[in-house]
Structures are given as C-alpha cells and as structure tokens.
Unconditional design. Structure first.
Length: 366
C-alpha cells in the first residue's frame, strides 16, 4: 500500500513563520512555528533579518518532514506583503528586509501622493501611495546609497528564498501587485513606477502566476530534499481571502493579525479610483480589493510594552471584558504605528480621549 501524501503550506508572517502539513482533502496533520524578531534601530525603521527568516522557514519545513507520516508531495508559500531588501548578484543580502511597518520613506510617499504622477502610478498598480510600499522604500534606498550597480537586485523575502532554494529568481503576480511596481493590466513591471523610484526591470525578479511550480535544489545544509515541488504561491492577504471561502462578489472578510484588513473579491479586476483602497491580484480571474490598517494585535503588544505586561491576546480580552460597553465615555485612537486606510498618514499617534478616572480595564476595552 503506498504511503499517504501530504502538502506543506508555509506562511511567512510579521511575527512568525508557520507551517502546516495538509492531507489532500485539506485536513491539518501537524503544525510548526518559529518566531521572528523585528528590529527598530531608528524612529520609523522596522526591519527583519532575512537570514533569520530563511532559517525559520527551513526549520519548520524540516520539522514537518521529520514528523509527518507519509510522503511530502510539495511545498506552497504564503508571504507577507510590502517587504523589500537589496541583494547582490549571488543572492546575498546587502540590507535587512524593510517590512510593511517601516515608514522611513514617508517624505518620498508624501511628495508622490499629492502629485499627478502619483495618481497615474496608483491607477496602473492599484497599490496606495504610502511608506509601506516598496515603490517608496526603493526611492528612499536610492537616496541613501544604493545606486544602480552591476548585479544589484531588489527582492522581497519570497523571491530571495526561491532564488536560494530553487536557483530561480521569480515572484508571483499576487505579491508583485502589492509592491507599487506592478502594472495590473500588462501583468508586468510598470515602467512609470520604475522610472519614478529609479529601479530597472533587470534588477527585479521575473514574474510568474501563483500556481507556478519550481523544484528545490540540492543543498544538504537546508535539510530540504532536492527535487521537491515548490508552488510559488501568493500574498498572505489574497490567500486569506481564498482560504476564508469568501470568493463571491459582495462577501467581505475581516482578517486580524499584527495588522488588519477588510477585503472583498473584485469581479474582473474592476478598478475604483479611490486611492484609499488597494487592488491586489490573486490570479488571472480574481482581484482582491479592500483597506488595511497598521494597528491590529500590534496595539496589544504596544500596550503590554507600555505597562510591563505579558498578557496574551486571550488574557487581554478577558481583562477588557470586565469594563462596561462604552468604557464610561473613554475613546482610544489606536494609531500606534501611524495609519494606512483611510488616512495614509504615518505620523498619526495613539491617544486616549476623555481620560480621567478610568481604570486599566476601561483603557483596555477602549
């Protein structure tokens, strides 16, 4: 009797890398997780070490390969959006990964957002003009020493990982469409966006559909067997919509993690001129539109840091439920990390409105 097969789904998120071993019918056999550090060396900076993330991905895959019964039929990848870093011609990182919450390019973003050129770039790409966008981060990096040199590449974590593991430097349409550099109509890099930020097409990965399949190479140090199929996959946001089953027009989802978003399937990729909404490609037939906030469970992490607390999410919620609805008139503006929709202002800050006698639990509920 042949051994049962399973698939490994890897999710590279903001705070951790998770992997699940799925049966062909969709049931989860096993899971593994490794946490990732975020570094904030200066105000507005938010970086992660790509080698740390790479090792975390390899570790969770190795763990499931060792624990799961049967044969692994392949790996698929889900990755966080808006990250960018510089690598050399051999794929060696020259910078850390600037993640979505890095807002150092806020001056570049502000100048572009208020211009006619910014409106045209948004119309081509569907990515709101904001410091989260790799478009603006590349412009900042260009201003701070990373000029066009032979072999320089711009990469997200996914294409960095794929290049190292498979030897092929590619990125899926889905993650590319969250970069501010991708023309949604031509399914290629936007010459207008590249001209503005100073990047060249040969400095960027090749573009492939989310279902594109590669094969792992042979490097025993990673502990991943050679010849294993790797489905390039898509962005975490678009895959969250797909995984929720809300693929009918008019059905909205809310996903809450370190950040949060409201999403809906956009039939035929029809376009709203409202630059407060994002429009990201999932595949040839589906575009996901919506609005994102910087301030999901990251607000609770911030609260814990301010109060010397280590409450989990569940413990925080239980504590907050001790306060009455309405929090006795207390209002909290949760802009710990600035804000994306609807303000797109990285300089917004958190504050309590009406704070007087209110208890800790009132503040938590607010």
């Amino acid at each position: 009797m042949p051994e049962p097969e399973y698939l490994i789904a890897v999710d590279q998120g903001t705070t951790s890398v998770k992997a699940h071993a799925y049966s062909p019918t969709g049931g989860i056999h096993l899971s593994a997780q490794r946490f990732i550090s975020t570094y904030r060396p200066q105000p507005d900076f938010a970086e992660q070490n790509p080698e740390e993330i790479f090792n975390a991905v390899c570790e969770v895959v190795r763990e499931l390969l060792a624990r799961a019964p049967g044969t692994c039929a392949g790996i698929s990848l889900s990755c966080a959006m808006h990250g960018i870093m510089v690598i050399d011609e051999r794929g060696k990182p020259l910078t850390n990964l600037l993640i979505w919450s890095d807002t150092r390019s806020k001056m570049e973003a502000r100048a572009l957002r208020g211009s006619a050129e910014g409106a045209l770039i948004f119309y081509e790409t569907g990515t709101p003009i904001h410091p989260m966008s790799p478009l603006c981060k590349i412009k900042w990096l260009r201003h701070h020493g990373f000029h066009s040199t032979k072999g320089l590449k711009w990469a997200s974590f996914k294409d960095f990982f794929l290049w190292r593991v498979t030897g092929v430097f590619v990125l899926d349409h889905s993650l590319a469409s969250a970069s501010g550099l991708f023309n949604r109509d031509t399914r290629n890099w936007s010459s207008r966006a590249l001209d503005w930020c100073g990047a060249r097409p040969d400095e960027l990965p090749g573009l492939v559909p989310a279902r594109h399949v590669l094969k792992t190479g042979n490097n025993p140090a990673w502990g991943i067997p050679p010849g294993l199929p790797v489905v390039v996959g898509a962005s975490d946001g678009c895959l969250a919509q797909l995984g929720s089953g809300a693929m009918q027009p008019g059905t909205f989802t809310i996903s809450l993690g370190t950040s949060l978003a409201v999403r809906v399937v956009n039939p035929g990729g029809s376009f709203s001129s409202d630059s407060k909404l994002f429009h990201y490609v999932l595949d040839e037939k589906h575009t996901i539109s919506g609005a994102a906030s910087n301030n999901g469970t990251a607000v609770i992490d911030w609260w814990n840091a301010q109060h010397g607390s280590s409450q989990s999410l569940d413990e925080f919620v239980q504590s907050a439920q001790q306060a009455p609805a309405g929090c006795e008139g207390l209002i909290f503006r949760p802009y710990v990390y600035g804000e994306r929709a609807p303000f797109y202002d990285p300089d917004l800050r958190p504050s309590f409105l009406g704070l007087r006698h209110h208890s800790v639990v009132n503040q938590q509920r607010a």
